[in-house]
Design a protein around this ligand. Structure first.
Ligand code: NAP
Length: 441
């Protein structure tokens, strides 16, 4: 670095998080500079946006000459030492991050989709160019879980992570639980309160959590994970019936990311709505909060809890990465960001993962239905711990009803075989809905 330790930041994206980074640097810049040491100061020198005329929620005026709509202006500007990618998506963001690394400019990003979907290519460029990518903000917003796993737990073998890492779906499930409202109503409320995007697909279909889970697993186990090889389901199928039934059995439903290393090193990774005991600490993680429970051999059980999104918390993580990048540029020349450290590893096929299950069937209400379903389940040698047909008080004469089965622990593959056969019974009206009952100890 050749500019008296004054580092220029190129900010790609000036929305929720980007303007949070601007505001935090404005407010705490002097303090950050003191803490960074050796007179290092950070200044945003170029900002990429789509619409330069848009009004911005910043605490100080932004000089119009530093705004651009051409990403190459930002990456190629000699005054830009570090590139911060906060535009989202996996196409333009990829171009920007790849070009920055090729120009030997360290990158800070909050973009989990980009790294989960295209991390293999980007980490390869990062390795080749000896230029780091930092991504604390990409997993659980303001919770410093990346540095914890990468640095603080470096001496541990990590046995598992269990996480609530999507605040939007957690908020929706909480409202459904507290107020008995259905999924579409809870989603609409979350959108009007600004907790869910206009297009909430990635939040509610489980993929936002899955992207974060992929990154966590790669940090802990060292190898890149292909999103095509993991099991993901979202909260769209959760009904008030399921929530009431869970409650009556002492459970709550949470969208859980489960990452577990098996003996022999294969890794189980799945995201799905799950029943967990209402007494477990994760059951009390409510609203838009996130929590990640880490189980490791030396440190044992640790829980990290905090705001998983939002302007301030996410900017806090971006700035922590910026300072790390700045310290590297100012003091050393070696690569200190994360790189996958194994070429490959083994993922456990979802068919081989076992838990107990809650299965909801939409059946025609006639005598013998329970026996028909139970016969197939028994044929597949799966134990039944209970059956129940929740009565719909609003419609006691309904022709179609929900029939719930609670099943003992068995491999998921065995369950799917049984369900495929049950679906052919003429009393079954739609694809059965399955939730896992997680025994979290
Ligand atoms: N929001 C959170 O709480 C949060 C938490 C953790 C991680 N993240 C991640 O952080 C990233 C940014 O999120 P955000 O909530 O700040 O997004 P946002 O509010 O939608 O802001 C996106 C910004 O990027 C600009 N932009 C988008 N596409 C562009 C393109 N092709 N060319 C130039 N500029 C473009 C937009 O410009 P205009 O303003 O001109 O439209 C806007 O300033 C995402 O990857 C997200 O997943 C967000």
């Amino acid at each position: 670095m050749s500019k008296c330790n004054k580092l220029g930041i190129g900010l790609a994206g000036f929305g929720t998080v980007g303007s949070g980074v601007w505001n935090t640097l404005e407010k705490n810049g002097a303090l950050i500079s003191e803490r960074t040491g050796k007179g290092v100061s950070l200044a945003i020198t170029k900002i990429l946006v789509r619409d330069p005329k848009k009004s911005r929620s910043t605490t100080s005026a932004v000089p119009s000459e530093i705004l651009t709509t051409h990403w190459k202006d930002l990456v190629n500007d000699p005054a830009v030492d570090i590139v911060v990618e906060l535009i989202g998506g996996t196409t333009d963001a990829f171009e920007i991050v790849a070009a920055a690394l090729l120009a030997k400019k360290p990158v800070v990003t909050g973009n989990k989709a980009l790294l989960a979907e295209r991390g293999v290519e980007l980490f390869a460029i990062s390795r080749k160019m000896e230029t780091p990518i930092f991504f604390e903000a990409a997993i659980a917003g303001g919770i410093p879980i990346v540095k914890t796993v990468q640095d603080s737990f470096i001496g541990n073998q990590i046995h598992s992570f269990t996480g609530i890492i999507n605040g939007t779906s957690n908020y929706i499930l909480e409202q459904m639980t507290l107020r008995g409202i259905d999924y579409p109503t809870a989603l609409q409320e979350a959108q009007s309160l600004g907790y869910a995007e206009a297009d909430p697909a990635l939040d509610v279909n489980g993929w936002d959590a899955a992207h974060k889970a992929i990154l966590l697993a790669t940090l802990a186990y060292g190898f890149p994970i292909d999103p095509a090889n993991i099991h993901v389901s979202g909260i769209e199928q959760v009904r008030p019936t399921d929530i009431r039934f869970a409650k009556s059995l002492g459970y709550v439903i949470k969208l859980l990311a489960v990452i577990r290393e098996r003996d022999g090193g294969a890794v189980e990774l799945r995201v799905q709505p799950s029943f967990i005991s209402h007494k477990h600490i994760l059951a009390s993680v409510n609203g838009v909060f996130n929590a990640v429970s880490v189980n490791s051999d030396a440190a044992g059980e640790s829980l990290f809890y905090g705001r998983g999104a939002g302007q301030g918390p996410t900017a806090s993580s971006v700035i922590a990465d910026l300072v790390e990048a700045a310290r590297d540029l100012a003091h050393t020349s070696h690569h200190r960001g994360f790189l996958p450290y194994r070429e490959s590893g083994t993922l456990v096929p979802i068919e081989e993962t076992s838990t107990a299950y809650y299965v909801r069937f939409d059946v025609t209400d006639r005598p013998g239905v329970v026996a028909e379903i139970a016969t197939v389940i028994a044929k597949h040698k799966i134990g039944i711990s209970g059956t129940h047909s929740p009565v719909d008080a609003s419609n006691p004469d309904a022709e179609f009803v929900d029939m719930v089965f609670l099943l003992h622990s068995c491999p998921f593959g065995k369950l799917t075989n049984a369900l495929a056969e049950i679906e052919t019974l003429n009393c079954i009206n739609s694809t059965p809905v399955v939730f896992r009952i997680e025994n979290l100890g």
